[in-house]
Design a protein around this ligand. Structure first.
Ligand code: IMP
Length: 427
């Protein structure tokens, strides 16, 4: 039985939550492997809407959901999400949290905001959830892990080591030191709710694979936000790419059978940083309104642009994608012509590979190809054969440009507005 990783191929918000929810119907276990509550997915089933930030999208199907060691977990955000989902009637008891996941604590959020403010015009546009500072502590070996919550002495010692450093940095920003006793009291309270969920998830996941279960690994954010492979420094602090699934869940690369990439039929980005195919003015506003392009987590309006085949080709390469899941094709209805960026122009030359440094990327101009649009509303279509010729032509051109087949198409926010041309778990 195969294991499938689903990643975002752009700058996040590609609709991974919807695709994961769709795939989760056939999965036994769904695993989140990186990021934190900076992510936001909306899953719509009939007239019900579920907002997810930390909990894998498989929860809506009642599947075993695992928050892996690569995630940074704000324990209070988790409890709030858990409660909201339980109130909506979902079975939250089967959520497992890795004891090796690192915690996001209140000072991480204070530092995220302070650092963004200090950067001024050069700010990264973070979600202010404390994700960057929590991963920084992890890399500095100052982090507090979920499992530490259940060892009082260890927790006290680890927290003291962390706060000696955190207080210095907070002081540099003119912020007060952390109240140790208050934090320890709050952590003891929240630990009681977390406790039944906390376990060795690496063992759980590997046992699940050994049993022949269908395991789905759900990436948050997108490839271009990967700290190594993205548009650094305008990135998040984790590995949303396929390789991140191995580290963030504790599975060997040989156990991953297939990687699927989710791409919008156009491109969006929240936060700052280069965006070669960005559209400005009326058309951008039109796309933003029609596509509801406002962040699920922060409500920020998303920047909108044409599909960028240079970015998509890069994602196919670094993730080893076997198939593409194209979302929001319906949003393009009535836009004619539709543009696709097929290469970049740099110093009078055409380049087809994404440059790694943002100075060069910022100097790149998109080379567009124009394709005919279609007036038809696609939202009621359920079969590839029903697609208008121009929409089919658009998909075929994407496949040609990035050398990867489209295997799933989404034409609306509802679970039912999805069509797959093959069993995604069939390897
Ligand atoms: P951070 O992850 O909050 O540190 O933010 C770093 C960058 O990643 C910023 O540009 C954010 O807007 C972006 N980002 C983080 N999470 C998401 C997401 O779920 N969707 C889209 N962009 C995100």
């Amino acid at each position: 039985m195969p294991t499938v990783v689903v990643v975002g191929t752009q700058w996040g918000d590609e609709g991974k939550g919807k695709i994961t929810d769709y795939l989760a119907a056939a999965a036994d276990t769904v695993v989140r492997y990186q990021g934190g509550h900076n992510a936001g997915h909306t899953v719509i089933v009939g007239d019900r809407e579920f907002q997810l930030h930390l909990v894998p999208s498989g929860i809506v199907h009642g599947k075993r959901c695992i928050i892996g060691n690569g995630v940074v977990l704000d324990p209070w955000a988790f409890c709030a999400e858990r409660e909201a989902l339980a109130t909506q009637g979902l079975d939250v008891e089967r959520i497992a949290i890795s004891d090796a996941a690192h915690l996001i604590l209140p000072m991480h959020q204070a530092l995220d905001a302070a650092e963004e403010q200090r950067r001024g015009a050069d700010r990264l546009g973070t979600t202010l959830r404390g994700v960057g500072p929590a991963y920084a502590d992890k890399a500095a070996r100052l982090g507090i892990r979920v499992g530490d919550l259940f060892h009082q002495r260890l927790l006290r010692d680890r927290l003291e080591a962390n706060l000696r450093h955190a207080d210095d940095v907070l002081g540099l920003h003119g912020l007060p030191p952390v109240d140790r006793n208050d934090l320890l009291t709050r952590l003891a309270e929240v630990a009681a709710t977390l406790r039944p969920h906390v376990t060795d998830t690496t063992r759980l996941i590997n046992d699940s694979i050994d049993r022949g279960d269908r395991v789905l690994f759900e990436g948050a954010q997108g490839t271009l936000l990967d700290i190594d492979l993205g548009t650094y420094p305008y990135v998040t602090s984790s590995h949303p790419t396929a390789g991140g699934a191995c580290i963030g869940a504790g599975v060997g690369p040989s156990r991953i059978d297939r990687v699927l990439g989710v791409s919008k039929a156009y491109t969006t980005r929240v936060g700052d940083g280069p965006f070669p195919t960005e559209i400005h003015g009326e058309l951008a506003e039109n796309l933003r309104v029609r596509g509801h392009e406002y962040g699920t987590t922060t409500g920020r309006p998303r920047r909108c642009g044409w599909l960028d085949a240079v970015v998509l080709r890069y994602s196919v390469l670094v993730n080893g994608l076997a198939g593409l899941c194209i979302t929001k094709l319906d949003t393009l209805a009535g836009i004619d012509p539709i543009r696709i960026c097929v290469a970049y122009e740099l110093d009078g030359r055409h380049i087809v590979d994404l440059p790694h440094d943002i100075e060069t990327l910022s100097a790149c101009r998109p080379v567009f190809e124009e394709l005919p649009g279609w007036p038809d509303d696609l939202q009621d279509l359920r079969d590839r054969g029903q697609l208008p010729g121009a929409a089919l032509g658009y998909l075929r051109r994407i496949e040609e440009l990035v050398a990867c087949p489209v295997v799933i198409l989404s034409v609306g926010a509802e679970r039912a507005q999805t069509m797959a041309w093959e069993d995604p778990f069939a390897v």
